[in-house]
Write a protein that binds this ligand. Sequence first.
Ligand SMILES: O=P(O)(O)O[C@H]1O[C@H](CO)[C@@H](O)[C@H]1O
Ligand SMILES: O=c1cc[nH]c(=O)[nH]1
Length: 234
Amino acid sequence: MGTPHNNANPGDIADRILLPGDPMRAKFIAENFLEDAVCYNEVRGMYGFTGYYRGKRVSVQGTGMGMPSMHIYANELMDVYGVKRLIRVGTCGSLRKDVNLKDVVIAIGSTTDSNMNRDRFGSISFAPTASFSLLKSAWDEAQKEGVHAVVSNIFTSDKFYDDNAEEKNSLVASYGIAAVDMETCELYTLAAKYGAEALTMLTVSDHLVTGERCTAEERQTSFKDMIQVALEIV
Ligand SMILES: O=P(O)(O)O[C@H]1O[C@H](CO)[C@@H](O)[C@H]1O
Ligand SMILES: O=c1cc[nH]c(=O)[nH]1
């Protein structure tokens, strides 16, 4: 028995998982990094696969774009399928001059303009944070492999096209925030709720200060470094 969004049966999904926003990236990871990968979900084209990486059973599942979409997949993965360790492998926009295209941003925490946690917590401002042990492992692995990584708080925004983007981005950057994505706040909040470990790693695909963007080829090469780190530590 699956869920409205996932036709995997209990047991089809490993207890550790990589979560790209783009389902085609899930397929790419399964085809290029996993052995014996089996597709367990195609509902809404949101592919999920389970296979093996160096003998470890690992799954990879697309989560879509934005916090409400992450909310659906992450809830079901932890609550229905018992997933215990989740690493988001996404792309982001850099908000700081010292964080360059193709750098990997490891999110220690997430700040947001979304209303989802205001709705949950009322007057309490919950601070969604990464799993310390996953964060430390990711940092150590990136150092070992010579992957240029930056650990920072990030901005999880509800809007890719925000009329007030310049104002918001420069405000959060002035408080040290390195990059913007659209899902991490909800992933970290739900991991806290379910007692699971979560981490977000993001490759910088767009530079929102300089206006530079990665070419398709650069996206793929730099993206591979991040996937390798995530698979080693998951
Ligand atoms: O590349 P993914 O993982 O989808 O992440 C980023 O890209 C999408 C926007 O283009 C948003 O989902 C954002 O968080
Ligand atoms: O959320 C995102 C992801 C990539 N690039 C952006 O500008 N924003």
